[in-house]
Design a protein around this ligand. Sequence first.
Ligand SMILES: Nc1ncnc2c1ncn2[C@@H]1O[C@H](COP(=O)(O)OP(=O)(O)OP(=O)(O)O)[C@@H](O)[C@H]1O
Length: 297
Amino acid sequence: MISIQNLTKRYGGVTAVDDVTFDVPRGSVTGFLGPNGAGKSTVMRMLTGLTPPTSGRAHVLGRDYRDLPNPGERVGVMLDASAQHPGRTGREALTLAALTTGVDRSRIDTALGLVGLTDDEAARRVRTYSLGMRQRLGLAGALLADPQVLVLDEPANGLDPQGIHWMRSLLRDFADRGGAVLLSSHLLHEVQTVADDIVVIGRGRIVASGSMEELVAGSGTLVRSEDDGAIAARLHTAGHEATRSEQGLVTAADPATVGRAARDAGVAVLELRPRDGQGLEELFLRLTVEDAREVAA
Ligand SMILES: Nc1ncnc2c1ncn2[C@@H]1O[C@H](COP(=O)(O)OP(=O)(O)OP(=O)(O)O)[C@@H](O)[C@H]1O
């Protein structure tokens, strides 16, 4: 439902997006993850027709966003939740959006209900909203026309952990009903909670992508035993790197291979498991630390 191919954007000498290719299929919530300045917003702006690509293409529902008839009806977009008119009430903001996209006004209450904004909150001016409430209002705007695709830039920004879990079920439900979601974040734990597929971008280029399970599995195995050194030696002989950490031995080999190495070494295993979210955190940090440093510099 979203197809991005060899997408590149240059601003003068700066290559903001460099040959990016990925798809978001029907039924998927895809997290677009990268440090500040990695190029996420630029990809989303090109996808929604706000910035022309230097080369490559970004299609949504099979064509350029600008070529879709009434794109606001089929693609829900939230690029900057803080860019809402502070003097309007939440309900007024949604009413204007309904008028400009030709959506039936009855959808306003549905959208408010979906994002959990009460009638009283919708009657308040946006300037009195917390960041989390603005995100909810932005999401209500994106959901207003009951679109097939959602493109959301940093939607979890300002939400508390409970809010992030709430967003997960909202987006999961949207995808399960046949929709596709692309959402960006510079925080791994937000994406980890919400998305089932991940694309990691650093310095304009994709540095990793796959399902959450693949990326977690790709981050190896942890084993704690009565003799980690003996297992490490067996793994080395079999061609697997293994390093000692405070928690035990860490290796890229899968748990079954590590279990056999322990058996062959005659060592009792105390703990053996795939490395979980923490492994993914390390993967993200390792993949992006250089990029983050360059951007900071
Ligand atoms: N209009 C522009 N003119 C010049 N450079 C730009 C422009 N827009 C973005 N850039 C540069 O392109 C790079 C990518 O920026 P982008 O906003 O897409 O990153 P991001 O991943 O969305 O970051 P953040 O998480 O901070 O929003 C940055 O180096 C940025 O300075």
